[in-house]
Design a protein around this ligand. Structure first.
Ligand SMILES: NC(=O)c1ccc[n+]([C@@H]2O[C@H](COP(=O)([O-])OP(=O)(O)OC[C@H]3O[C@@H](n4cnc5c(N)ncnc54)[C@H](OP(=O)(O)O)[C@@H]3O)[C@@H](O)[C@H]2O)c1
Length: 232
């Protein structure tokens, strides 16, 4: 099975590449997804069975300051990838975010209402819309962080299903090569960011989101029943 990975130099892509499955992973200099004709030519030449599309502009603060790159990469770039799949049998797997959910109550199922909480997440949701044009698609909504938690403090009143990238990457690769279609939540247990952080950094101190100036959703935890019921 030929798998083409975009975003192979990123946090997730680096971890996926450690897993031993043979993947074609062009660097941005070899395949800039903003270039529609380059994407079409690359995909036609590589003829993959699956594209795992993980390339994105991800820095929320930079995106709020200047959304240009996020519009070009997350929306147009993803549409370029989706267009290259049209008329082929390619399975397109897209890595989206838990931040497309409203984020006020948690335990979100794949069919629940969407209301992105920041511009980055809106561009990821726009990418989801493009991916839906490909008949065999899988949109993975997830949340992950680096394998070490190096910050001194973490919120004790903000919940999610965030997990460490080395734990999430194998799940994403499994879903990629599996048969699930449509939308799929992937994550770890619902817990506070502090509980998540303390798993690998026992010295991390508690901070509070409430009362801070940060505008961030309080609970983006995921309902994982669909993931847990998969049998491939
Ligand atoms: N990190 C999270 O918490 C999180 C949560 C949910 C979903 N996601 C999604 O998961 C995916 C991977 O996230 P990540 O944290 O691993 O991201 P990351 O570390 O920021 O890496 C982004 C990757 O995209 C590549 N890229 C950016 N612009 C490109 C372009 N124009 N053409 C080709 N490649 C380009 C980067 O290449 P360069 O190295 O050359 O810049 C890099 O390999 C993204 O789709 C992200 O939206 C992330």
């Amino acid at each position: 099975m030929r798998i083409l990975l975009t975003g192979g130099s990123g946090l997730l892509g680096t971890e996926i590449l450690k897993l031993g499955t043979e993947l074609l992973a062009p660097k941005r200099k070899d395949l800039d997804i903003r270039d529609a004709s380059a994407v079409a030519a690359y995909v036609a030449d590589a003829a993959p069975d699956i594209i795992l599309h993980a390339a994105a502009a991800t820095n929320n603060r930079d995106i709020e300051a200047d959304p240009t790159e996020a519009l070009d990469v997350n929306i147009k770039g993803t549409a370029n990838i989706a267009r290259a799949c049209l008329g082929t049998e390619i399975r397109l797997v897209y890595v989206s975010t838990d931040y497309v959910y409203k984020g006020d109550r948690g335990n979100y199922a794949e069919t629940d209402e969407l209301l992105p909480s920041n511009l980055y997440a809106w561009t990821k949701l726009a990418g989801e819309a493009a991916v839906r044009a490909v008949p065999n698609h899988l949109i993975i909504r997830t949340s992950f962080g680096a394998s070490r938690f190096d910050y001194p403090q973490a919120f004790a009143d903000k919940w999610s299903s965030k997990d460490y990238v080395d734990l999430i990457a194998p799940k994403i690769l499994k879903a990629t090569t599996g048969t699930a279609r449509g939308v799929l939540n992937i994550g770890g247990p619902r817990r506070t960011i502090h509980d998540y952080a303390a798993k690998r950094n026992p010295d991390v101190k508690k901070a509070r989101l409430s009362g801070s100036s940060l505008d961030s959703p309080v609970d983006t935890s995921l309902n994982l029943e669909k993931w847990e019921s998969l049998d491939d």
